[in-house]
Every structure is written in structure tokens, then in C-alpha cells.
Ligand binder design. Sequence first.
Ligand SMILES: Nc1ncnc2c1ncn2[C@@H]1O[C@H](COP(=O)(O)OP(=O)(O)O)[C@@H](O)[C@H]1O
Ligand SMILES: Nc1ccn([C@H]2C[C@H](O)[C@@H](COP(=O)(O)O)O2)c(=O)n1
Length: 209
Amino acid sequence: QIWIEGNIASGKTTCLEYFSKTSDIEVLTEPVSKWRNVQGCNPLGLMYQDPSRWGLTLQTYVQLTMLDRHVLPMSTPVRMMERSIYSAKYIFAENLYKSGKMPEVDFAVLSEWFEWIIKNIAIPVDLIVYLQTSPQTCYERLKQRCRDEEKVIPLEYLESIHNLYEDWLIHHKSFEVPAPVLVIPADHDLKKMLHQYEENREKILMAHC
Ligand SMILES: Nc1ncnc2c1ncn2[C@@H]1O[C@H](COP(=O)(O)OP(=O)(O)O)[C@@H](O)[C@H]1O
Ligand SMILES: Nc1ccn([C@H]2C[C@H](O)[C@@H](COP(=O)(O)O)O2)c(=O)n1
């Protein structure tokens, strides 16, 4: 199992789309559509409007929907999955808490849920592919993608997410990393990115062996 990790709009979905054309690979994208519509409500939009009030609501739902993805039985030898329950906690919940936008009690409850899950439920991973971008590149791609909820995201938000990813996956300064990390520089244009994916194809697809 391979997780594709990276900042918002770093190119994870585009990377997965590329590999989805390979036979014997199952690709699981993030369930963003669920985060934008759970029984007619939009926790992603609410979180960006008022993170202190809705951060826990979104992150609880992210935790549930990511766990649901992790425990799906595999239908092919290789599974590539966009992000993980780990980055939900170590990057996004952490960012809300550290920036003072998630109350301590909310973070404590979410943390206890997370700790219980990783202790009691097997979440296998063989390789983490980190698409390493500059926050500025993500900011430009984010504006180009133009998702309604994300129009309020400032560059500083992407910088915070970037720093948390770097501390976790590059500098090993924050949390345990559950698998080896393959870093792919991802500021390049699409043509160069596809070339890099080809160069790394073997390393990625043989990770489970
Ligand atoms: N290498 C690239 N160069 C330029 N634009 C890109 C590149 N990769 C992706 N994009 C565009 O940037 C936006 C975000 O990409 P996406 O794959 O959705 O990112 P993520 O899934 O990480 O949020 C999309 O509009 C996509 O078409
Ligand atoms: N735990 C998470 C995971 C994602 N988000 C947000 C960030 C983006 O606005 C959106 C989807 O991310 P993308 O795939 O485009 O990088 O969901 C979050 O707030 N918390």
C-alpha cells in the first residue's frame, strides 16, 4: 500500500490519475466530495468559514472516512491512496490546534480517537510518496483549481501545512513516520512530473515486495 502525501493542490490527484491507467493498481482518492456534502451539510466549507467552531466536526469526519478507505479489502496487488489518517492527524488537526483554531478539549478528544484507532486497527503502509512543492506553487494551483470552499485560503495557511509536512517526512522532527518516504520534487510542469513518475514507477510499484 502506497500513500501519496503532499500539500493542498500539490498534484496528488493528478499523480493518482496517471497511475490509475496502469493495470493491477487500485487508486483511492481522498473522499473530498463527502467532506463537502454529508447529508446536505458541508463541513469543509464550514471549517474554512469558522475553524474554531467546525474544525473538530470536519476532522472527525475526515478521520472516519479515511479509516473507511484504509480498511477496504484490496482488490489488486497494489493500492495507491491519497493521503492517510496519519496526515489528517499529524498535519491538519495539528495545524488547527497549533494555530489556536482548535480548542484544547477538541484536540484532546480527536487525539484519543486517533490513538485508539492506530492501536486497535491495522493500517498497513509500505511506502509514502511525498510530493514536495513550495507553498507558492500550491497557492497558484489552488487558485487555478478554484474550489469554492478554498477561496479563503491564504498563502500563510499553505506555508503552515508545508512546514508540518517537512517536519514530519523530511526532518523527522515531529511524529513517527510509519514507512519509508520517497520524495518527488513537484514544482515542475506536468510534462516533467509525468517523466518523474515514470522514472520512479518501479520503486513505487515494487514497494510492497
Ligand atoms: N505539474 C503541474 N503543473 C501545473 N498544474 C498542475 C500540475 N499538477 C496538477 N496541476 C493542477 O493543479 C491543480 C491541483 O492539482 P491536484 O492534482 O488536484 O492537487 P491535489 O490533489 O494535491 O490537491 C489542478 O487544477 C491540476 O490540474
Ligand atoms: N485532514 C484534512 C484533509 C484535507 N483537508 C482539506 C484541504 C483541502 O481544502 C481539501 C482537500 O485537500 P487536497 O486533496 O486538495 O489537498 O481538504 C482538511 O482540511 N483536513
